[in-house]
Design a protein around this ligand. Structure first.
Ligand code: AKG
Ligand code: FE2
Length: 372
C-alpha cells in the first residue's frame, strides 16, 4: 500500500506498509480541516445535486407481493421491477422479510469491528483481490493521489462463508430467530442472498426469460456473494472530502442498507440525487453483470457516497455475482432476434474483478472497456 499520512511516527521501513484508517484521522484531537491528502478540489464541472423529486420519484418495490401476492400482483410487480431497472437501474425494496433486529445487530457488530485498534484491523488487510477477507481505507491506496474518507471491510460470504474472528465473538454471536438460534453474520448474509436470488427470478421474467434463467446462466449456486461494510466518520469539511467516488457495482445486483444516516447519491438524468432510505428497506442497484447479460436494457447505476460533519455513517452492501469462472455474455435470447447486436464482449467475472482492482477506472470505465 502507498504511504498514507501518518499520525504517529513509525520507523521508515513501516511507512510503505502501514495503513492509517480514516477513523483515526477523523478522531485526531483538534482536527478542523481536511488534511490535504484527503481534500478534493471542487470543480465547475461537478454535477448539481438535488433531493428526491416527488414528481419523478425513485421506484419502490414491495417484495412480499412477489413471494406471497396473487398472480396478478406478482406480474404487476415484475412489470414495475422491469421499468425500475430500465429507467433508474435502482429501486427501494420494502417488506423484504429480513428482520430489522437482524440488520441492526449486524450494523452494531460492524461498528465494533471498526472500533478495533488499527493494529488489530491490520490482521485482516489481505494482499490479493481474491483474499476472502480484506479491510482497509479509501478504495485503492496504491493508486490514489487523494484518499477517500472511508474505511472498509470486504468479505467473501458465498459459496464459502468467511467472516473476521474479531471483535471477539462477533463471528459467532448468536441471533435468535423464531425459536432457533443461529450465527448472526451467517444468517444476515443468507437472508440477503435469498432476497437477491428471488429478485433475480423476477428480473429474469421482466426480461421475457424463464424465472431461473439468471440463476442458471450465472451459476448462482456457486455465485460469489461479497459483503462490504463501509465506515464514514464525521468529517470537518464534508464539501472537500468524498466517501466513495462515482462507481457502478461489479456484480449482478447489490443490496445496500445503512444506519439511517443519508449519504447515498445516485445519478439520474445527469443529476446527482440524494436518496432517502425508507426504514428497514434495501436500496437495490443494477450492477455491471446484469447490464452485460441484459445487453444494456438494464444499465448499472452510477452512485457515490458523501460524508457529513456530525455523525458516523455505516453502510452494509451485499454484492451478488456469478461464479468466478463464469464468462458473462449478453443473453443470446436478447440478441439473436434479428434486431439487436451483442453490445459487450464476454469476460469471466474473475477477470472483470481483477481488471477493476488493478486499474481503478473512474465511473463505468471497466464496463466501457468491454463495450463493442
Ligand atoms: O455507502 C453507501 O451508501 C454506498 C456504498 C457503495 O456503493 C459500495 O460499497 O459499493
Ligand atoms: Fe456501490
Amino acid at each position: 500500500m502507498a504511504a498514507i499520512p501518518q499520525l504517529s511516527q513509525p520507523s521508515p521501513t513501516q511507512i510503505s506498509k502501514m495503513t492509517t484508517y480514516i477513523k483515526k484521522v477523523a478522531e485526531s484531537p483538534g482536527l478542523t480541516s481536511v488534511p490535504s491528502s484527503y481534500a478534493f478540489t471542487p470543480s465547475p464541472n461537478d454535477q448539481a445535486v438535488s433531493d428526491e423529486d416527488p414528481e419523478d420519484s425513485i421506484p419502490i418495490i414491495d417484495f412480499s407481493l412477489l413471494t406471497s401476492g396473487t398472480p396478478d400482483q406478482r406480474s404487476q410487480v415484475i412489470q414495475g421491477l422491469g421499468q425500475a431497472c430500465k429507467d433508474w437501474g435502482f429501486f427501494k425494496l420494502i417488506n423484504h422479510g429480513v428482520p430489522e433486529s437482524l440488520t441492526e445487530a449486524m450494523i452494531e457488530g460492524i461498528r465494533e469491528f471498526f472500533n478495533l485498534t488499527d493494529e488489530e484491523k491490520r490482521e485482516f488487510e489481505g494482499k490479493n483481490f481474491l483474499d476472502p477477507i480484506t479491510c482497509g481505507t479509501s478504495v485503492n491506496t496504491s493508486m490514489e493521489k487523494v484518499f477517500y474518507w472511508r474505511d472498509y471491510l470486504k468479505v467473501f460470504v458465498h459459496p464459502e462463508f468467511h467472516f473476521p474472528n474479531k471483535p471477539a465473538g462477533f463471528r459467532f454471536v448468536r441471533w435468535l430467530c423464531c425459536n432457533c438460534c443461529s450465527e448472526l453474520s451467517l444468517e444476515y448474509c443468507k437472508r440477503a442472498r435469498g432476497v437477491a436470488w428471488e429478485l433475480l427470478k423476477a428480473i429474469s421474467e421482466s426480461l421475457g426469460l424463464e424465472p431461473f434463467y439468471i440463476e442458471k446462466v450465472m451459476n448462482l449456486d456457486k455465485g460469489l456473494q461479497m459483503f462490504y461494510a463501509n465506515f464514514y466518520p464525521p468529517c470537518p469539511q464534508p464539501e472537500l472530502a468524498m466517501g466513495l467516488p462515482p462507481h457502478s457495482d461489479h456484480g449482478i445486483l447489490s443490496l445496500v442498507t445503512h444506519n439511517g444516516i443519508g449519504g447515498f447519491q445516485l445519478q439520474h438524468n445527469g443529476m446527482w440525487v440524494n436518496v432517502n432510505a425508507i426504514p428497514n428497506s434495501f436500496l437495490v442497484n443494477v450492477a455491471d453483470q446484469l447490464e452485460i447479460l441484459s445487453n444494456g436494457r438494464y444499465k448499472s447505476i452510477l452512485h457515490q457516497a458523501v460524508v457529513n460533519k456530525k455523525v458516523t455513517r455505516i453502510s452494509l452492501v451485499m454484492t451478488n455475482g456469478p461464479s468466478l469462472n463464469k464468462i458473462v455474455n449478453p443473453a443470446p435470447e436478447l440478441v439473436n432476434n434479428g434486431i439487436d447486436q451483442p453490445a459487450y464482449h464476454g469476460i469471466t467475472y474473475k477477470e472483470y474483478l481483477q481488471h477493476r482492482q488493478s486499474n481503478s477506472l473512474p465511473g463505468k470505465g471497466n464496463l466501457d472497456r468491454i463495450r463493442i
